[in-house]
Design a protein around this ligand. Structure first.
Ligand SMILES: [Zn+2]
Length: 345
């Protein structure tokens, strides 16, 4: 099969387009013929070794977001049919540890990630446990479907499970143009929240408005964005800040919180060190929380809204699989809105 793989970690030149053997589905596994794979920052770390990400073995196929058609069922695989259009959840839970058995699979310590520990999505075929394979709406393109799993799973986990988002709250979403940002806007709107955003350009803010944001601040032009956020909220601030940017926006994000507000992070693309004003934290009753593992139940919950048409994958641009190097370069430049998708021949 055609695939993009790496034989060692390094810069974009380590990405090789070539042939690898087709995987064979084992017990409980589904073979999926892939037509689209979406990129995440995780792919860049898996390729480069950044943030100490190590991959399973070489040659290694990158990619954690994917959509295609069920090609074959291994012994005992159930829940989907050959020919069915599907997307794949990239986290494979062990299913037998204490956490999995009591239904807290987000805490599974033996989980492995497709695209990191085992083969991922930059290929014509992939195998996955049947529990990880989810049908998609008939009218949805493979490119859109591939743009959904990881970012919606992350944004749902952060906003709904961790921050406990309530209908009608005001949410500030940083990096509106990122995959998790564009997913977060839609989830917050599905909860009838007021959505404000920050982004690195006016064009990205305009696109965030198309997804349902009320307005936003360009933090390149206005680095002290907490001031305009305070102004449009009548001096109160926001209930929830959802962030994936990290150090460069921490201070302004924290200052944008309302009394009793919650800050939830799922990324540190600009750096991971920040100082915390403990005085403001305790007197204002603020909460700062991280993301952590995500559950199968959360995956099912947001997929229900995908099937109802309330959530959509946001495709920023599409490259043919063989141009994975160009796609990775664009990912590192960050000059795009939504997801970068590889179309698989
Ligand atoms: Zn487990």
């Amino acid at each position: 099969m055609k695939a993009v793989f790496i034989r060692e970690q390094g810069d974009v030149e380590v990405l090789v387009y070539g042939d690898l053997p087709e995987p064979e589905p084992g017990p409980g596994e589904v073979l999926v013929r892939l037509y689209a794979a979406a990129l995440n920052h995780l792919d860049v770390y898996a390729r480069s070794g950044g943030n100490r990400v190590r991959v399973g073995s070489f040659p290694h196929i990158l990619g954690s977001d994917m959509a295609g058609e069920v090609a074959e069922l291994g012994p005992g695989a159930t829940g989907v049919k050959v020919g069915q259009r599907v997307l794949v959840d990239y986290v494979i839970k062990c299913g037998v540890c204490d956490s999995c058995v009591i239904g807290r699979d987000e805490l599974c310590r033996r989980a492995v990630n497709m695209g990191i520990h085992v083969a991922g999505s930059y290929a014509q075929y992939v195998k996955a446990p049947f529990q990880n394979v989810h049908p998609i709406p008939e009218s949805m393109s493979y490119e859109e479907a591939a743009a959904i799993p990881l970012v919606f799973h992350t944004a749902w986990h952060c906003l709904v499970t961790r921050a406990g988002l309530q209908p009608g709250e005001t949410v500030l979403i940083n990096a509106a143009g990122s995959g998790v940002g564009s997913a977060g806007i839609q989830i917050a709107r599905a909860f009838h929240c007021r959505v404000l955003v920050t982004a690195g350009s006016d064009g990205k803010i305009a696109k965030a408005k198309e997804l349902g944001a009320e307005g936003g601040v360009n933090y390149t032009a206005t680095p002290a964005f907490s001031k305009p956020i305070q102004e449009v909220t009548g001096g109160e601030g926001v209930d929830v800040v959802f962030d994936s940017v990290g150090a460069s926006v921490w201070e302004e994000s924290f200052t944008s919180l309302k009394v009793g507000g919650r800050f939830v992070t799922c990324g540190v693309t600009s750096g991971h060190m920040a100082s915390l004003h403990l005085g403001r934290l305790f007197t204002r009753g603020l909460t700062v929380m991280g993301s952590g593992g995500r559950s199968r139940r959360e995956f099912r919950d947001f997929m229900n809204l995908v099937h109802r048409g309330a959530l959509h994958g946001v495709v920023g641009c599409v490259f043919p699989l063989e141009q994975a190097r160009e796609a990775h370069r664009l990912m590192e430049d960050r000059d795009f809105f939504g997801k970068i998708v590889l179309r698989i021949p």
